[in-house]
Design a protein around this ligand. Structure first.
Ligand code: XMP
Length: 541
């Protein structure tokens, strides 16, 4: 690997253009908080959509053969020195454009209209009056809309005068709220059609997609699977691919998709860090091999990880060491494969990166800051000369679960709770020792078992145990005990960005507590974590 690692990294940032990604709608991101939501709302209409930074070149956009372009919102003013811009030629491609919020202001600005600071900023709900001459039906965008609507705004600037050729089609009491030039197929709304608070927002988006862009609602899980696997097959050719598989939803769906495309030219590597949950290594290996028929190399590297963690108590240092060791183990296995006779040249690394992982991909800071991948497995591609295959990089977790369902993955994989890469090491405060790991695994298994028994597992985001190096006095039988503390953490969340602690029924808490103290040696006390995120995080380290 050392020799290979010295070569320049040949990372294909977008994992190659999948055919499934062609002919959809491109969302150009100006840094808006709802950009992801726009892409998702379009896919909900069964039209494929992906996000590109606004700084992307015209050629990159054209390569995707889009049938429509959406310009997102953003926090800037068009007059800011570092205001995000895209190539104004996107407005002259003849491809329908919908500008939303900042997108509308940018269109106005570059086409010769004026934008100014609003005297009254508009945040939150507002009343919209549709006032296109001839009524709503005279505008493709507002077809079917009533004359007034409750909409949702979030802007400090507004349009004062329209660019030539444009007409205003709606306003609020303070400002122009929609404009269009149907000749050039350019439409824009100052309000956010993508948020649920905007009444009829979905219909307006549908009008843009189906009336203006003439989209066909053909994008579905089945189409995605078929087209993605065909594209992967073509891209990989007769090379081989490897995948760091963890048994979680994302990496498993990615591996099954790639396996469907290239069969045993995909080798999966599943590393036992020793920091997994009770029996997880064995159970997951069995499921991946026997039920999903994947080719998986299971590597038990527990001793190496434990050795790395000896004497380490600082949470960040733990994470760093685990990440480093993971890369070392994975690289050694890849090198063995490369050197082995059964394998041809490994050209690709499969990752289950999801859209929310691609945080920096939506950077608007300039071409140098375009797609930058968040690496699920601690920076692997930077160390290896493989191109990436990331078939899920435009999707959200629930979309991945649906694809996984269409691929026939067992429910137990699809509903599995997220588990951090550094595993139990970030749930075991202080030094990680073998004895404490076993204690935590036992307590954690009880928490999950009781949550399942109560029928709550699929309704919540995560349920797990944390082991604290805090001793307290107890009494068992006639003896004094002096044991450790287990924290029970159960949270609900949509995306892990925010989370609420779950108000578990008393009897469930009671069973968890009684069982842990009785069944797990060395624990005398169980406490329940009642902190939400923010200000706390979900994991303890
Ligand atoms: P926090 O603790 O930041 O966690 O609120 C948010 C979500 O991310 C998971 N998590 C990780 N997942 N590698 C991962 O793949 C990690 O290093 C990692 N750290 C936290 C956590 O379980 C929660 O769902």
């Amino acid at each position: 690997m050392a020799e290979a690692a010295a070569k320049p990294v040949a990372v294909d940032e977008r994992g190659g253009k999948m055919k499934a990604e062609l002919g959809g709608v491109v969302v150009l991101d100006f840094g808006g908080q709802y950009t992801q939501l726009i892409a998702r709302r379009i896919r909900e209409q069964q039209v494929f959509s992906s996000i590109l930074p606004c700084t992307v070149s015209l050629e990159e956009i054209q390569k995707l053969e889009p049938i429509g372009i959406v310009l997102s919102g953003g926090p800037s003013s068009v007059y800011d020195a570092d205001a995000p811009k895209c190539d104004p030629k996107v407005l002259a491609l003849g491809i329908p454009v919908l500008g939303i919020c900042y997108g509308m202001q940018w269109i106005t600005h570059v086409l010769g209209g004026t934008v100014e600071k609003a005297e009254r900023r508009e945040y939150g709900r507002a009343h919209l009056k549709v006032d296109c001459a001839g009524g709503p039906e005279s505008s493709e965008l507002f077809t079917g809309a009533p004359a007034t609507l409750r909409i949702w705004n979030s802007h400090g600037d507004h349009v004062r005068s329209l660019p030539g050729g444009f007409r205003a089609t709606a306003h609020t009491e303070n400002a122009v709220a929609a404009l269009e030039d149907p000749q050039r197929k350019i439409y824009a709304t100052q309000f956010h059609v993508e948020v649920k608070h905007t009444e009829r927002g979905t219909e307006l988006l549908q009008n843009f997609l189906f009336r203006v862009c003439k989209a066909e609602p053909t994008w579905s899980g089945a189409a995605f699977i078929e087209e993605t696997t065909a594209a992967i097959r073509e891209k990989v050719g007769n090379k081989w691919a490897i995948c760091a598989l963890s048994g979680g939803v994302d990496s498993t769906v990615a591996a099954v998709l790639v396996h469907k495309a290239i069969g045993n030219h995909l080798t999966n590597i599943f590393v036992n860090t020793g920091l997994l949950r009770k029996n997880e290594f064995e159970n997951t290996l069995e499921m991946l091999r026997d039920r999903l028929k994947l080719h998986v190399i299971g590597v038990d590297a527990s001793d190496r990880f434990l050795a790395q963690l000896k004497g380490i108590t600082d949470p960040e240092e733990k994470r760093r060491r685990i990440g480093r060791e993971f890369i070392a183990v994975f690289a050694e296995e890849a090198q063995k494969l490369q050197a082995g006779e059964a394998h041809g040249e490994i050209g690709y690394l499969v990752q289950g990166t999801l859209y929310p992982d691609v945080i920096e991909s939506v950077s608007v800071k300039g071409p140098s800051a375009t797609i930058k991948t968040h690496h699920n497995v601690g920076g692997l591609p930077e160390k290896m000369p493989f191109a990436l295959i990331e078939p899920l990089r435009d999707l959200f977790k629930d979309e991945v679960r649906r694809i996984g369902k269409d691929l026939g993955l067992p429910a137990e994989v699809l509903v599995k709770h997220p588990f951090p890469g550094p595993g139990l090491a970030v749930r075991l405060l202080g030094e990680v020792t073998c004895t404490q790991l076993v204690t935590l695994q036992e307590a954690d298994a009880i928490v999950v078992e009781e949550i399942r028994r109560a029928g709550l597992y699929e309704k919540i985001w995560q349920a797990f145990a944390i082991l604290l190096p805090v001793r307290s006095v107890g009494v068992m039988g006639d003896f004094r005990t002096y044991g450790l503390t287990v924290v029970v953490r159960v949270v609900e969340s949509d995306d892990a960005m925010t989370a609420d602690w779950v108000k578990l029924p008393g009897d469930v808490l009671e069973r968890i507590s009684t069982r842990i103290v009785n069944e797990v040696p060395g624990v005398t006390r169980v406490v329940y974590d009642v902190s939400s995120k923010p200000p706390s995080t979900i994991e303890w380290e």
